[in-house]
Each structure stands twice: as C-alpha cells, then as structure tokens.
Design a binder for this molecule. Structure first.
Ligand code: NIG
Ligand code: FE
Length: 422
C-alpha cells in the first residue's frame, strides 16, 4: 500500500478529461473520460492514483479522506485568455453599447482599450495587484485553477513592465497557476496615432527584448512559457505589423498566440498558424481555407463566445465547424473590462453549448485539457491523470453536463489547487 497526502473518493463521476498530455481534436472532444464511483490519491501536490474508489482505497493509504458523496469531480478549469490586470471599469461604455455604439467605433474615439490604458498607467503596482486579486478570487470561485494573463493596458515600456510585475506578484500570492503573455500590440497608444509603425518599431526593437529579459530573471522562468500576442484587426495592428511583431518575438524565444478574426479577416489566422502559434483566438471571421490549415496544424483554435454574448451579437465563431473539421478547440472567458467582463468558464461553456452548438463534453474538454494545451501546459494541468498537478473542483451535481446546462448559478462546492483545498 502506497501513502498519499489526500484521497478523494466516492465521486458520482470522476471526469478525468485524460488525453496523455495531448490536445483533443475533432470527435476526440466527445470523450471526457468518466470513471463512475471514481477516486484520486494525491501526494506532494500531484495525482499518484486515479481509478475507482475500490482500487484507490485498496492501493493507497491516507489519514486525509474526503468523501465526495456521489458528486461530480472535474479537472480545475484552465482559462487560457484573460486580460484581468487593469484599473477601473468600463461601466459608461457598457451603457454606450446598450444604446448602440460599436466596439471598434468606441476604440477609434479613444475609448475602449485606450480608456483602460489611461487608468492603468496611473495606477500603482499595489492597487493593480489588489484589483486583480479580487478578479482571480472570482475565477477561483468558478472553478478555475490555472489562467493566462496578458499585459496590454500599458502600451509603453514602463507600464507594460509594471503589468508584468503585477502578474508575477499575483502568481506569488494566489493559488491559481498563472501563465504570462506580453501584449504590447493590443492597441496603438494615442502618442503614436500619427505613426503607428513607429510603435511597432518600438515593440520590435526594444519592448520585446526588455520583456524577455524580465521573464528570464523572473520566477516564471523554467516553470511556464512566456507568450507574445497581437491584436490583428482593423483599427489595431495590420497583417504586416502583426507578422513583424510575431516573427521578432519568436526569434527572441517567445511562444506565440494571436487575436485574429474577432471582427475582420485580415489573414491573421494563416499567418499565426504558419509561424507555429500555440493558439489563435476568437476566429469569428476565419475562412474555410484557414479552418483546413488549422485542422492540419498543431495550433489550437480558441473560441470566445463571452465576447459575442457581451456584445449582444447573434453571430458566434463557428466552433461546431472547427471541431467537425478536425481542429482542436479550446474555450476561454477573455475576462476583461470591455468586451467580456466574465470570470466564469462554466458561463463560457453554457454560452458555447447554446450558440456554438458544442455538446457539454466538448465544452468541458475545451475549457480544461485543450485550454491547458493552448497555454503550453498540457503536460501538467487540465486533466486528472497520474503525475499531473492535483487541481480539481467538486460540483454540486451527479452529472457533469449540469455544469453547462445550468447558468448564472454556482455549482462549485470545493476547489483544490495542488491538492490543497482553497
Ligand atoms: O479579446 N480584442 C482585444 N482585446 C480584448 C478586449 C479588451 C478590451 O476591450 O479591453 C478581447 O476582446
Ligand atoms: Fe483578448
């Protein structure tokens, strides 16, 4: 008999999302790997045993036994695309949008991302940490145990670095595992409005290498990857500008992701796939040829239905088609003050099932193992498998499909990060 620090047993369904570290594509996304009356044994923060309650209680001993009382246990959610480090809010913009203003119109008039940039530039590290911790707490309460966080509300060297300092501090003090992404190319800052290419020069000649030096010296180095992202969109960065930034970043050592096809198809999906991006995100306007390219690539297609829901749109990225074409699809909240003020992966799943026609099984894989692969952590989180970090949530239900079926409530009964109840 092997010793464990903790055994959780008597689950109604132990939903493993097991994949052997790989992303799930196409029809594989239907399989969530359910073990009926399942149990896990945890030691040193990782799973050491995954099986039925009978076998785990036979093979492992622990003084710490948790009876799940027939409820559902799933991997903690991975939220692979967030912008949660920012100051203030966009409540006025919410009202403007209700009255009919469009997102890109608000951005072009110096609102949107730029209004959050102004507030974030003025905020201290301490105040940004405090505001962002409250957002991480909400995500944790919704069952998220790993997330990606982007910079991109600084848009100058000093503030982008300040945001990175905030992100590393969040990782130090909060139980959620964090992956940082450098998004200096989120919008053109007002001081470069007359000459956006000069801002691209600054990013390529200076900001990227400075950020990389910061990463190498930070606690993240050797633990998680560091991504570079661009917003490839009309009114943000053109295809050529995006190419320059992503190629420079790749040369420095960054892993790549990109916001593409949120509103307009500029060819960003093809570009990012060819560069070997880990994920391409949004995909509302992706073309059929690009879907085929994506299906043949190792890049993950990330859909973000919270953005469409928030904008009151009836059109969503065609995630059904992506999956049916054989792509690996992931799901994120995009938690940010403008286009998606949503901390909840269960809410993203609920919207995705209704408007993108994902089945609950596909939505769950998209929000766990495929989300983990979207941030380069497919080997360590996102599924319940021996050797992985013991991040899980217990849900107040006997059938995992309820997580997507109900919405607006809260089924999360308990969350464990690295085998510790949080
Ligand atoms: O993913 N598309 C650009 N970035 C975010 C929006 C951020 C904001 O509006 O502040 C997004 O939707
Ligand atoms: Fe985004």
């Amino acid at each position: 008999m092997q010793d464990a620090d903790l055994i959780i047993h008597n689950t109604g369904q132990l939903v493993t999302c097991a994949s052997g570290g790989k992303s799930k594509r196409g029809a594989e996304m239907l399989d969530v790997g359910i073990i009926g009356d399942g149990a896990v044994a945890i030691a040193n923060g990782n799973y050491v045993g995954v099986g039925t309650s009978k076998t785990i209680l036979q093979d492992f001993h622990s003084d710490e036994l948790v009876d799940a009382e027939g409820r559902v246990v799933c991997p903690g959610f991975v939220d692979p695309h967030t912008h949660i480090v920012f100051a203030g809010d966009r409540l006025n913009e919410f009202e403007l949008k209700i009255k009919g203003a469009a997102y890109l119109e608000i951005l072009a008039n110096g609102g949107g991302i730029i209004s959050t940039v102004k507030q974030t530039r003025e905020a201290s590290v301490e105040s940004l940490v405090e505001q962002s911790l409250a957002r991480l707490d909400k995500m944790l309460a919704c069952g998220t145990t790993t997330c990606e966080i982007k910079t991109g509300y600084g848009l100058d060297s000093a503030t982008e670095l300040k945001m990175l300092e905030v992100i590393v501090e969040l990782d130090r003090v909060h139980p959620i595992t964090i992956v940082p992404t450098f998004l200096a190319a989120h919008a053109v800052p007002p001081e470069f409005n007359e000459n956006p290419d000069k801002y691209v020069d600054l990013i390529c000649d200076n900001m990227l290498s400075t950020a990389w030096k910061w990463f190498v010296a930070s606690d993240f180095h050797g633990q998680v990857p560091f991504f570079c992202d661009v917003f490839c969109e009309q009114g943000a960065f053109s295809l050529d500008q995006s190419r320059r930034i992503l190629e420079t970043a790749k040369g420095i050592g960054f892993k790549i992701k990109a916001h593409v096809d949120q509103f307009t198809n500029l060819g960003g999906a093809r570009l990012a796939i060819e560069i070997g991006a880990t994920s391409i995100d949004h995909l509302d306007a992706i073309s059929d040829e690009e879907v085929d390219l994506l299906a043949k690539s190792d890049t993950i297609g990330m859909v973000i239905p919270t953005e469409n829901f928030n904008a009151g749109k009836t059109q969503y990225a065609n995630a059904r088609k992506l999956i049916d074409s054989g792509c690996a699809v992931s799901l994120s909240t995009d938690y940010n003050p403008g286009s998606a003020p949503c901390p909840s992966q269960p809410m993203a799943m609920a919207i995705s099932c209704r408007y993108q026609k994902l089945l609950p099984s596909e939505a769950l894989n998209a929000a766990t193992i495929n989300a983990a692969c979207s941030i380069g952590l497919g080997d360590t989180v996102g599924s319940i498998e021996v050797g992985k970090r013991a991040d899980l949530a217990i849900f107040e239900t006997y059938d995992y499909r309820q997580i997507a079926y109900e919405f607006g409530g809260d089924l999360v009964a308990a969350v464990y990060c690295g085998g510790v109840a949080v």
